[in-house]
Ligand binder design. Sequence first.
Ligand SMILES: Cc1cc2nc3c(=O)[nH]c(=O)nc-3n(C[C@H](O)[C@H](O)[C@H](O)COP(=O)(O)OP(=O)(O)OC[C@H]3O[C@@H](n4cnc5c(N)ncnc54)[C@H](O)[C@@H]3O)c2cc1C
Length: 430
Amino acid sequence: MADKVDVVVIGAGLAGLAAAYHLADAGIETIVVERGDFPGSKNVTGGRLYLNPVRPYFPADFWNDAPFERTVVKEKLSIMAEHASTTVEFFDDKFRNPPHSVTILRAKFDQWLADKVSEKGAFTIPKNQVEDLIYDGTKVIGVKTNDSELLCDCVVVADGVLSFIAERAKLREKREPHHYALGVKEIIELPEKTIQDRFGVSAGEGAAQLFFGTITHGMVGGGFLYTNRESLSLGMVVGIEALSNHEPKIEAPELIEILKARPEIAPLIEGGNSIEYSAHVIPEGGINALPKLIGDGILLAGDAAGLGLNMGITVRGMDFALASGAMAARAIKEAKTKNDFTAVSLAAYEQSLRDSFAIKDLQTFRSMLDTLDNPRMFGKYPEAITSIFGKMFWISDQPKEKLSSTALREAMKAFGNLDAVKDAWGMMKV
Ligand SMILES: Cc1cc2nc3c(=O)[nH]c(=O)nc-3n(C[C@H](O)[C@H](O)[C@H](O)COP(=O)(O)OP(=O)(O)OC[C@H]3O[C@@H](n4cnc5c(N)ncnc54)[C@H](O)[C@@H]3O)c2cc1C
């Protein structure tokens, strides 16, 4: 006889752990099955968590002992041309208290969250991979792992972006390459004080820098650099379809090397010790690739549900994962009061996602990637913008013309054509 619990959560990532925390808190018997050696061991993120979207889903004191690396107080956006760059820097006191966004390292953060889950009484079973679901007719009533079977009233599928389980449950179709991006990331160790000096921030505070332009060789995507307490997270994200079609071929590790070699970035990482390299897939299908979120006895949360957003200036998925896990738990709690775990009963989950930032933001930014997926955005325009600044700053041996004349002439040269008008029109949609 297989063991029976109320809920099985597949995956001890942020979505799964958030669901388990709230389920256990409500006295619902919950087991989390995780294929990695420990929660967080297999998980990759750029590393910036936006807190405002998730605060409403957790108790006010929940974050007090969270292993945040630094509070991001400085935002930088760098437009990269082949031999020049323009950086916009933004600081706001209100990023500070309460923190607007923080940097995290998943190995530490996921373990902290898993400890919170076990304090509430849920079990996490590591080194166990869910291989299939168990059905009674069309209703999911359990999971098969590599070494056992577990029966339950409801399964939360939070197994991440590739979610073979969501495919097996026929809640989502097999995805195409254009539904995904590839992220590669390196963690570079540096002394705490060096990071503060290089980024001009105080102890406990940090910077987030995003890069777009020619560094992606015309491919849709960009780079990121986040400050942790004693390390930097440096990475690049590009569309998988763009990467596989790119000529000449570029291997994923080269993408980071392109960033590291830039004279704007090299001094920031100089002397650093590279302690971790990872590569991971990111969902980019957005609202148009949203799967069925519920079935009889089953719900999808986090990346498994395609809940992630690349807005060009930010990559978000962790806030979506935490919030969707909490919403899934709330719907299961409600279903348990009726002892009815059918899709109809669990429909409150989908409704709460639709009423929240999660699906509303996907809806608002539904055209973002189609608009950005345009080689001019990663070549011609960054070159034009940096060239305008370059000409304004340049002093030659000839008399200098008025700055307004330089700016107008250069802007007309780059943007006074039909393509640019069409692209500007496209940008109005995002
Ligand atoms: C390079 C990169 C940069 C990113 N940058 C950011 C950022 O700065 N900010 C942000 O908010 N988001 C960012 N994201 C996205 C974010 O990391 C994800 O959206 C988030 O991790 C999703 O959480 P999740 O819990 O849904 O999935 P995951 O964190 O992937 O967790 C899934 C878990 O399920 C486990 N699992 C999988 N299959 C099985 C199975 N069959 N049985 C048992 N366990 C299983 C896995 O081991 C894992 O622990 C980035 C992603 C990448 C790759």
